[in-house]
Design a binder for this molecule. Structure first.
Ligand SMILES: CC(=O)c1nc(NC(=O)[C@H]2CNCCN2)sc1-c1cc(O)cc(O)c1
Length: 130
């Protein structure tokens, strides 16, 4: 009902703000758009579920996330994919891995510092009621 829609609208506002701030951080430039298959042709043979910040934003706008946990499952794909695709000692691999770990830590810190646990519990109740 109306109260549920208010909660989900507030969740979308919070998640959009998180994405906006991450997208402005130069360290995360490589994660802002889908990996370009023209530039990186073997990417899809290695990574089964590509994810990036712009796709997360589309998913938010399409109301795919009812809880922060569901959002985090997709957000985690971004850095997990980067670690998987860049496992070597190559300086570029190390550079991307460092930024992937920075993304992981930054998202977790934002959620820990800014998400009210009671709010997330209400979102989880909405998910269970559907
Ligand atoms: C996001 C990601 O995982 C990614 N990984 C890369 N790794 C490499 O280039 C390593 C792979 N091992 C051999 C030496 N090169 S480039 C790259 C990327 C960076 C962008 O600025 C945009 C984009 O779409 C993808």
């Amino acid at each position: 009902e109306e109260q549920e829609e208010d909660v989900l609208r507030e969740l979308r506002l919070f998640l959009r703000n998180v994405i906006e701030r991450l997208s402005l951080d130069r360290r995360f430039k490589a994660f802002t758009k889908p990996v370009d298959i023209e530039e990186v042709p073997d990417y899809m043979t290695v990574i089964r579920r590509p994810m990036d910040l712009s796709t997360l934003l589309t998913n938010i706008d399409e109301q795919r996330y009812v809880t922060v946990g569901e959002f985090m499952n997709d957000a985690d794909l971004i850095w997990q994919n980067a670690l998987e695709y860049n496992p070597d000692s190559d300086p570029m691999d190390r550079h991307i891995r460092h930024r992937a770990c920075a993304l992981k830590d930054t998202v977790r810190a934002m959620i820990r510092d800014e998400l009210d646990e009671d709010f997330e519990r209400v979102c989880e109740d909405v998910r269970e009621s559907r």
